[in-house]
Write a protein that binds this ligand. Structure first.
Ligand SMILES: [Zn+2]
Length: 188
């Protein structure tokens, strides 16, 4: 079976015309040193400085899924639900289902120590623990075949639609209008 190369959030970010990547090292809005924040109003993503690659990859993918889905209500438990959906979608893009299954078999067979399992996760799957957990939760009720279908939706040659569909309804915001214009110009 030929396998698609993995999704790269850095490549995905690079072709998102109008999206600004920033770095922070302190408070952002109401959060104290958050790993990542997406600002929908000016289409920027801010990442915490000094994090290792597996953490940056996980956080950036999470923020890009936010950008795909658009702004959301934060009241009445809706934020928690949206965050869970976003994290799950990010994990489906990042984690190769075949590698995941091999890793789980290995860990079950070898009673790998928790710390060793953590290192394997970082090195092999290149994701952080929270991303792994979101994926593991989803995979409990899902076959390899279904997981493969999700995984194959995104790869180097098939990235999420950009501009994202929600942006058309927010074209009165200056940054979004600029991004839409720049995307249009890039296509022409
Ligand atoms: Zn989030």
């Amino acid at each position: 079976m030929s396998r698609p190369a993995a999704y790269s959030p850095w490549d995905d970010l690079a072709r998102r015309t109008g999206v600004d990547l920033r770095w922070h090292n302190g408070k952002v809005a109401k959060w104290e040193r958050p790993l990542g924040v997406t600002h929908f109003a000016d289409l920027s993503v801010s990442l915490l400085v000094g994090r290792p690659e597996h953490s940056l990859r996980s956080t950036l993918t999470h923020e890009l899924v936010h950008l795909d889905r658009g702004g959301f209500e934060r009241s009445g438990g809706k934020e928690r639900i949206e965050e869970r959906r976003v994290q799950r979608a990010a994990s489906q893009r990042l984690i190769d289902p075949v590698l995941y299954d091999l890793l789980i078999d290995y860990m079950n067979d070898s009673d790998a120590h928790f710390a060793v399992a953590g290192r394997i996760l970082r090195r092999v799957l290149l994701v952080d623990w929270r991303m792994f957990q979101a994926y593991a939760d989803w995979r409990k009720g899902v076959t390899l075949k279904t997981a493969m279908r999700k995984w194959e939706q995104f790869g180097p040659d098939c990235l999420p639609a950009w501009p994202a569909p929600w942006m058309a309804s927010k074209a009165n915001h200056l940054a979004i209008q600029h991004a839409l214009d720049a995307c249009e110009a890039a296509r022409a």
